[in-house]
Design a protein around this ligand. Structure first.
Ligand code: HEM
Length: 151
């Protein structure tokens, strides 16, 4: 259990912490850049951070179900917080899948074509998805870390 909890927590911290930094610090700081520089910056951030998030998703799912089946005695003996976390966890993974396959891909494509309007639209849509996922991520961390005391 200690091994699973350790990996699970690191993956959660890296993913949600990364979104927190992007939303609360990088986004306002990047407002000083020209639109073209801003689009390129977010494209590079995505290229570096999204593969890391992909690994975090795999670790969260593997260790999450590892804990359920190896330590908690299966679904029927897991608390309600685990069932809620499973739902919000898959929702976050689905939103991340949407982020990389739709708005991020549009940003990369529009940058290649030099289409500033499409880049701005894609970036606005990325910001919305990351904002929603950040809120769900914070709620999931709260549910995961506190659940055993109330579930
Ligand atoms: C997709 C599926 C997921 C499953 C099946 C899952 C499963 C679990 C389980 C079984 C526990 C242990 C609960 C307990 O001992 O009471 C746990 C803890 C936790 N989970 Fe998840 N989880 C998932 C996704 C996530 C996500 C996406 C996050 C955050 C981004 C997250 C954050 C946490 C945290 C912070 C804890 C508490 C660790 C601790 O300090 O003990 N989980 N999870």
């Amino acid at each position: 259990m200690a091994f699973f909890v350790g990996l699970h927590t690191i993956a959660a911290v890296v993913w949600v912490g990364g979104m927190f930094l992007a939303y609360t610090a990088v986004r306002p700081a990047a407002m000083n850049l020209s639109p073209e520089e801003r689009f390129k910056l977010w494209k590079s951030i995505g290229a570096k951070f999204f593969p890391v998030v992909g690994v975090c998703c795999i670790i969260l799912v593997a260790t999450g179900y590892g804990m359920i089946f190896e330590a908690l005695g299966g679904f029927s003996s897991s608390g309600i917080h685990v069932h809620i976390m499973q739902g919000t966890g898959w929702l976050m993974i689905g939103l991340f899948g949407h982020l990389i396959s739709s708005p991020y891909r549009k940003l990369v494509r529009s940058l290649k074509n030099g289409n500033t309007q499409d880049s701005a639209k894609a970036l606005a849509s990325m910001r919305r998805v990351v904002g929603i996922n950040l809120l769900i991520g914070i709620a999931t961390i709260l549910i995961g870390a506190t659940g055993r005391y109330w579930a």
